[in-house]
Design a protein around this ligand. Structure first.
Ligand code: CMP
Length: 138
């Protein structure tokens, strides 16, 4: 069990002005910020990040959406971070997300679901190092 996870605040939440509230929630829920930046994915980089979903019918839509605007990428630290963070953000589909979760509050659809959260310790490491060098992690 690792104590770090990776997250992105997606273009929908950025455009809708929710980034500040979402980062505030991360901190209030006890996640320590290890690394944080605003950036924008090219279509190529979004495709690379989500390569595991390449064969899925929604892949094209996902890549187009994730490269449609700026995002905030972050590495967060807390005990049992991956599971704790997935509980905080709620189900992938906001219609199925529990009350009070970030996706229930801020997501609009399964495709435009406000935030990403790593699904395993292994992916948290891979995804964190996709965006941040060792020198950017404290
Ligand atoms: P995320 O946690 O970032 O990881 C993969 C993403 O694919 C997921 O969030 C959703 O935004 C997206 N996704 C999953 N299922 C669908 C779907 N049926 N239609 C569109 N996008 C989807």
């Amino acid at each position: 069990m690792s104590n770090r996870t990776f997250t992105m605040i997606k273009p929908d939440a950025m455009k809708n002005g929710h980034a500040g509230a979402i980062i505030d929630r991360f901190i209030k829920e006890g996640f320590r910020i290890v690394a944080l930046k605003q950036t924008k994915l090219s279509e190529e980089k979004a495709g690379e990040f989500y390569a595991v979903h390449r064969e899925r019918p929604f892949y094209g839509e996902l890549v187009e959406f994730m490269s449609s605007g700026v995002i905030v990428a972050a590495i967060l630290e807390k005990e049992n971070a991956v599971a704790a963070f997935r509980e905080l953000i709620g189900a992938t589909n906001p219609a199925q997300a529990a009350e009070g979760t970030i996706r229930k509050l801020y997501a609009t659809s399964i495709g435009e679901n406000a935030v990403h959260g790593s699904d395993s310790d292994e992916n948290a490491k891979i995804e964190g190092s996709f965006f941040f060098s060792g020198l950017e992690q404290f």
